[in-house]
Design a protein around this ligand. Structure first.
Ligand code: FES
Length: 118
């Protein structure tokens, strides 16, 4: 389904996805780690319990909500996979405890605009 770009970094990081150890390219998202782990779904909806998985991979659809390092309701496509990160499936609705929300949330660096072009 997904192939790495030919210029993808060779370095990898190891994360845990629902108890499985997965190696992902450095800079990949937590949602990419879920897909590389081969999970068919990442969460169940609170109303019907239907299975959901990362879809847009750009922070729009919220289908990728997961528990990451013990914090529920995180958009896994918007969070970089870090060494030792623990990503878990989310079943139904989760409460958000303000004490669980980290002060800083790792995010992707914003690439510099390319020079030239059209
Ligand atoms: S996959 Fe759509 S918001 Fe994360």
């Amino acid at each position: 389904m997904f192939r790495p770009r030919p210029d993808a970094p060779a370095a990898t990081v190891e994360v845990e996805v629902d108890g499985r150890t997965v190696r992902v390219p450095e800079g990949a998202s937590a949602a990419a780690a879920v897909l590389l782990a081969g999970l068919a779904s990442l969460r169940d909806t609170p109303v019907t319990g239907s299975a959901r998985a990362p879809y847009c991979m750009m922070g729009v659809c919220f289908e990728c909500l997961a528990e990451i390092d013990g914090v529920p309701n995180r958009q896994s496509c918007m969070i970089a996979a870090l060494p030792g990160m623990r990503i878990r499936r989310q079943r139904g609705a989760r409460d958000i405890d303000p004490e669980d929300v980290p002060d800083t949330i790792p995010s992707f660096p914003i690439p510099a605009p390319r020079s030239g072009g059209a």
